[in-house]
Design a protein around this ligand. Structure first.
Ligand SMILES: Cc1cc2nc3c(=O)[nH]c(=O)nc-3n(C[C@H](O)[C@H](O)[C@H](O)COP(=O)(O)OP(=O)(O)OC[C@H]3O[C@@H](n4cnc5c(N)ncnc54)[C@H](O)[C@@H]3O)c2cc1C
Ligand code: FES
Length: 259
């Protein structure tokens, strides 16, 4: 299973999107399609540049942002050694890619669906919108701190109803949380999907449970193997049992996981 999903592919393009004052670079990384005929938006891949050698032995997990016949695209925010090296790749460098991994989001047709994205959590929703059978039922609400130009928001907002809200400082948080909760209430008869940092997901989960709203959340955990073997990414399910986020998720029903 692992071998079948593991391929070496060449980098097609690394598009620099900007530097944030954290400091943190943002890049769009496009690789050759490793032979994937399909994937489910919300799935992820483990990426490891071949030239890393033994210095960084483990791949890093990234949401699959979009796939076409020729290429697979990811959005990478630099936070440490692996992401910084991925951002410095050049065309024709070789990347080892495992995937598609994990389960992905539900995409029921003709169901009013709210996409809640926090920061880089917007990445999987690009492919979600492109692949959805009835995109006119989708609404994207995007909360971000860095410049909106560093994310694929503008192309997505041309395809579905979309709103963005920027957090300039912690003072903005109460308003942003109120916007998220009001949007969730509007979609209480449909479906809410969320991807973003853990505090963002906690807000979504708490409101979903309080109002009994059907919601799915995509968890971010540090991962090493990405395929359920190392137990590096465990969290607890609704019954308190340990589950591997890479193999059982990363997408969970909001009621079925502790974060
Ligand atoms: C399913 C999944 C999908 C993801 N999709 C994206 C994406 O589309 N774009 C993107 O930029 N990032 C994404 N991430 C986060 C990305 O995997 C981490 O930022 C990356 O692994 C960090 O590697 P590093 O070597 O640069 O950092 P390290 O040097 O390993 O760590 C630097 C810092 O980042 C933190 N960190 C490490 N791994 C993670 C992680 N998995 N999640 C959150 N923080 C982490 C560490 O605690 C540390 O503070 C995703 C993570 C998961 C689990
Ligand atoms: S990353 Fe190894 S079990 Fe999930």
């Amino acid at each position: 299973m692992v071998e079948r999903n593991c391929r070496e592919v060449k980098v097609r393009e690394v598009r620099f999107l900007g530097t944030w004052d954290e400091p943190s670079d943002f890049v769009e990384l496009t690789l050759e399609n490793p032979g994937w005929e399909s994937y489910r938006p919300g799935q992820f891949a483990m990426l490891r540049a071949k030239l890393w050698g033994l210095e960084l032995p483990w791949g890093r997990p990234f949401s699959i942002s979009r796939v076409d016949a020729e290429t697979v695209t990811f959005f990478v925010q630099v936070v440490g050694r692996g992401t910084s090296r991925l951002a410095r790749l050049r065309p024709d460098d070789v990347v080892i890619i495992w995937g598609p991994l994990g389960n992905g989001f539900s995409a029921p047709p003709e169901t009013p669906t709210l996409l809640l994205a926090g920061g880089m959590g917007i990445a999987p929703f690009r492919g979600y919108i492109e692949n959805h059978p009835t995109p006119e039922f989708l609404h994207l609400l995007f909360a971000h701190r860095a410049s909106i130009d560093f994310y694929p928001y503008s192309s997505m907002s041309q395809k579905v109803r979309a709103d963005a809200v920027q957090e300039h400082s912690a003072d903005d948080l109460p308003d942003i949380i109120a916007r998220i909760e009001a949007a969730m209430d509007e979609y209480s008869g449909g479906l809410v999907l969320a991807c973003g940092p853990t505090p963002f997901l906690r807000t979504v989960q708490a409101h979903a449970l309080k109002k009994n709203i059907r919601a799915e959340i995509s968890l971010e955990k540090t991962m090493a193997c990405g395929v359920g073997a190392c137990l590096g990414c465990v969290c607890k399910d609704g019954q308190g049992k340990h589950v591997q986020v890479c193999a059982r998720g990363p997408v969970f029903s909001a009621a079925a996981v502790q974060i």
